[in-house]
Design a protein. Structure first.
Length: 249
């Protein structure tokens, strides 16, 4: 009888590694892009993408460990191996695909222009001779820079550009439309004075994706994340998260 008990205990001990917690995937996120990713009162990274990552991790069998990392240098840190992936409203572009791997797209985005109410700015033509702020290194900045006769001013965070617009120090801000809607429509300290003037035209659709380093580990993590993303899209979890963060719009 004692031998049977010992044998059973050995089996339990040997089974423990198989029951260990799922592997961690360390994720960098510039939490200054509400409602996609932002900090709550306790400095925890929250928002649409963090909620989605938790669901993806549960579906695919990994534990997302999200760290707040400044946008400036976030891709250099990824390539240097400081973290496993970037989830920071990263638009998938050909230039970025030359340096990084990307997951399947998870959100379509457009570039919106925010102005002060009553500014008279209704189109890109109205921005001629004016200053447009945007976060450095974002597609919003590249879109503003491409406008003829416009001075594109860079900021480390989009919130700083919004503050300058609110105070009248610049004429407009160019950024992703869910972020524009959050600042101009939902945040009381800004919505009384700001509005979305228009969406910048684009010949190609723009999508967010999760970014990974171009190595074996990156390839493995891309496959894992894509697996989880496909599952939450199929079972309705993704739609529920979208509804949670964007139903007010």
């Amino acid at each position: 009888m004692l031998k049977k008990i010992i044998s059973f205990l050995l089996l339990v001990v040997l089974a423990v590694p198989a029951m260990a917690s799922a592997k961690d995937i360390v994720i960098a996120s510039d939490a200054t892009w509400p409602p996609m990713e932002m900090l709550d009162s306790s400095k925890k990274v929250v928002g649409f993408a963090p909620d989605m990552l938790q669901a993806i991790g549960k579906a695919a069998g990994f534990n997302p460990v999200i760290k707040n990392v400044a946008w400036d240098g976030i891709f250099a840190g990824l390539i240097a191996g400081k973290y496993d992936m970037v989830s920071s409203s990263v638009s998938i572009t050909d230039e970025r695909k030359n340096a990084m791997l990307f997951s399947e797209p998870y959100f379509e985005v457009k570039q919106a222009v925010i102005v002060q109410k009553g500014s008279g700015i209704k189109s890109a033509a109205d921005l001629t001779g004016k200053t447009v702020g945007a976060q450095i290194g974002t597609t919003g900045y590249f879109a503003a820079k491409a406008l003829k006769g416009v001075t594109a001013k860079t900021y480390d965070e989009v919130g700083l550009a919004i503050e300058d617009l609110y105070s009248g120090r610049i004429n407009a801000v160019s950024c992703d439309d869910p972020v524009a809607a959050n600042y101009a429509l939902l945040q009381p300290e800004y919505s009384d004075k700001l509005e979305i003037a228009f969406i910048l035209p684009s010949e190609e659709k723009e999508y967010y994706g999760f970014a990974f380093p171009k190595n074996k580990k990156g390839e493995e993590n891309v496959a894992l994340v894509n697996k989880g993303l496909a599952k939450i899209k199929a079972d309705g979890t993704y739609d529920a998260i979208v509804k949670k963060w964007f139903s007010a719009k």
